[in-house]
Design a protein around this ligand. Structure first.
Ligand SMILES: [Zn+2]
Length: 160
């Protein structure tokens, strides 16, 4: 179904739209494992007709499941679009698809949400990653030159 706006209703009044869209309705088509949305996306929007366009403003919030690019751990972070604005022309070349006076907002919401996905999701800002953890946990090597020097000293003693 998605989020459908009836233009006849919209031409009479500003429409307040509140509710949830299921991930299936939004049809993100996320094929890789890096992102997933499995919980409904909440919307709180206001739609009005402005000249020959529909103006939609409001807020979207979702839970985005990500895979950390460094340690590959799965984690969830909020995905918030607090100031979503869609300006959708109803006439002209850029016009949105109108089906029986209805416009489906779903694809535009999906597009804006995907743009908000993080480029390099990290489970935490200072995630050390898989390989770097080993390096960090290795014993400090600060006293190595000294022990090497004393080893040479021992060898020298033997030679004498
Ligand atoms: Zn991580």
């Amino acid at each position: 179904m998605g989020l459908i706006i009836n233009l006849r209703l919209l031409s009479q009044e500003t429409l307040l739209l509140q509710g949830e869209l299921s991930p299936a309705e939004l049809d993100f088509g996320l094929r890789d494992d890096m992102f997933n949305i499995s919980l409904p996306v909440k919307y709180d929007l206001e739609a009005e007709m402005v000249d020959d366009a529909m103006l939609v403003r409001g807020r979207l919030s979702a839970e985005l499941e990500c895979e950390c690019v460094r340690c590959l751990k799965s984690f969830t972070r909020p995905l918030e679009l607090p100031e979503l604005t869609l300006h959708l022309p109803l006439t002209g070349e850029e016009a949105v698809t109108i089906d029986n006076d209805n416009v489906d907002l779903t694809p535009y919401l999906r597009e804006d949400m995907i743009l908000e996905f993080p480029q390099h999701p990290l489970c935490k800002p200072d995630c050390a990653g898989l390989k770097k953890i080993d390096k960090n946990q290795a014993p400090k090597t600060g006293d190595e030159p000294e022990s090497a020097a004393s080893a040479w000293a021992e060898l020298n003693k033997l030679k004498l």
